[in-house]
Design a binder for this molecule. Structure first.
Ligand code: 5GP
Length: 190
């Protein structure tokens, strides 16, 4: 997505540890006009998929998923990061290691909001090693819902997540795939 790539080049900041900061337009301050175009693009890509629910993970995915959902006209449900979980059987639970905080979180989603009748599109801001996405996929599998695919705003193609997921046959559509980045230069996959 050209508009997104231009914005990453203009305002993205590469930090040590292979972290790209895009907090001036995507995941802290949010440029709603840009995210609106991102939402439209996810809809264009997944227009033929019978999506009934968009699934994301708190916090950064929520705003993006909500704007995209306006084009799909389906609810958004987000997995919550919990410090300790009460395994009362009402929740789907999994563990996710945070790329940016290097911490393992329990992640939960109420069973009320995802079931075998659903066709799910997962949306997230970044794909790095794939832990967040794998956790969400595990929740979808537990629910019996059909996973239609994932929509990622920025994939760091030099990290392992994208290859891992696609090799499992999962449809992963990323709007910008970064092939390499240093504080001097950043290149995208064509
Ligand atoms: P993964 O689980 O694929 O390793 O990492 C994905 C999650 O980590 C995303 O939900 C995102 O919040 C965060 N993340 C991974 N890489 C980056 C990055 O370069 N910049 C920012 N801002 N967040 C990232």
């Amino acid at each position: 997505m050209q508009l997104l790539k231009e914005r990453i080049l203009k305002d993205g900041i590469v930090k040590p540890g292979n972290v790209l900061k895009v907090d001036s337009f995507l995941n802290h301050q949010m440029d709603i006009d840009l995210i609106n175009e991102i939402g439209k693009e996810f809809k264009r890509i997944y227009q033929d998929a019978p999506i009934t629910k968009i699934l994301t993970i708190e916090a950064s995915g929520i705003g993006i998923a909500c704007i995209a959902a306006q084009y799909f006209h389906v609810p958004v449900v987000f997995a919550k990061k919990a410090q300790s979980i009460n395994l009362d059987g009402e929740m789907y639970c999994t563990k996710v290691e945070s790329f940016t905080h290097k911490k393992v979180y329990d992640v939960i989603l109420s069973k009320k909001f995802l079931n075998a009748d659903d066709h799910v599109l997962i949306i997230d801001d970044f794909l790095a090693n794939g832990c967040a996405l794998l956790g969400l996929i595990e929740i979808v599998k537990s629910s019996g819902a059909v996973l239609e695919g994932a929509g990622i705003v920025i994939e760091k193609g030099f990290q392992s997540g994208g290859d891992k997921l696609r090799s499992q046959g999962i449809r992963v559509e990323s709007l910008a795939i970064i092939d390499s980045m240093t504080d001097q230069s950043l290149t995208f996959r064509e």
